[in-house]
Ligand binder design. Structure first.
Ligand code: SF4
Length: 191
């Protein structure tokens, strides 16, 4: 099974607790005004198809190199690619049971088909859910607007484990620059 990917980041500390690998998927139909990632909306533009097995190999490698605590899946809209996302999360749990998993979705729990969401949620430690609303900006960890919710699904984290919003700027040896986190309210961290 393949996932349309916008970008990968080996190690981030602003997308959930601890050091985390991050996947931004490509494609989102929700169109929140003021979205920070408009380049991720078109499912075909700028995306690369990655087999779930390839992503797991990448995760195993970066996990060793950076002492990664978990994987965060963001977007774009992960739940619009639910089958490969579910397979990725299931195999991550099987192969890396010590690893935690988090997900950002613009959908609320009520909007998602119940059985599908239950299956995905069973492999998550946390999720941030709901549309981004630029008029209701939030200062809370991981939550961009006050209508969104941060849910915990296991006892591995408490709310105290989620740090204040901040933004990271990563520049690799080729000069490729990636910015992640919360550029509206966050204070900068150079990666
Ligand atoms: S759900 Fe996320 S990626 Fe999609 S438009 Fe809203 S903020 Fe942007």
């Amino acid at each position: 099974m393949q996932l349309r990917v916008h970008a990968l980041m080996e190690c981030s500390t602003v997308n959930g607790p601890g050091a985390r690998a991050v996947i931004w998927v490509q494609g989102c139909s929700l169109g929140c005004p003021g979205c920070w990632n408009p380049d991720t909306h078109d499912p075909l533009r700028g995306s690369r198809l990655h087999h779930v097995s390839e992503i797991l190999e990448w995760f195993a490698k970066v996990s060793r190199e950076h002492r990664i605590e978990g994987l965060t899946i963001s977007g774009g809209e992960p739940m619009e690619q639910a089958p490969p996302v579910l397979e990725l999360l299931r195999r991550l749990r099987e192969g890396h049971p010590e690893t935690t998993a988090g997900l950002f979705s613009g959908y609320t729990e009520r909007e998602l088909p119940e059985s599908l969401w239950r299956a995905v949620q069973a492999h998550l430690d946390f999720a941030v859910l709901g549309r981004y609303n630029a008029r209701r900006r939030s200062h809370y960890p991981l939550v961009s607007s006050t209508n969104q919710v941060l849910r915990l699904y296991t006892a591995r984290y408490s709310m105290d484990d989620f740090a204040a919003q901040s933004v990271e700027v990563h520049i690799d040896h080729t000069g490729l620059t990636q910015i992640t986190g919360f550029p509206v309210l966050g204070s900068p961290v150079l990666g």
